[in-house]
Design a protein around this ligand. Structure first.
Ligand SMILES: [Zn+2]
Length: 55
């Protein structure tokens, strides 16, 4: 199944092993965030948490 990442806009081919597959199969217009972007987002979130802790 081909899906488009909502962050970087790249298309990705995912199979049934992908954790997003079932959700997107049921809801093709659902949000998909690729592995690269989800890593980037979680790193960003961790950074934001650090900033919050310091202030
Ligand atoms: Zn992406």
């Amino acid at each position: 199944m081909e899906v488009r990442c909502n962050i970087c806009g790249k298309t990705h081919e995912i199979d049934k092993l992908d954790r997003n597959y079932e959700r997107l199969a049921k809801n093709p217009t659902g949000v998909y965030i690729c592995d690269g972007c989800s890593k980037m987002l979680s790193m960003q979130a961790a950074k934001d948490n650090e900033i919050l802790k310091k202030s």
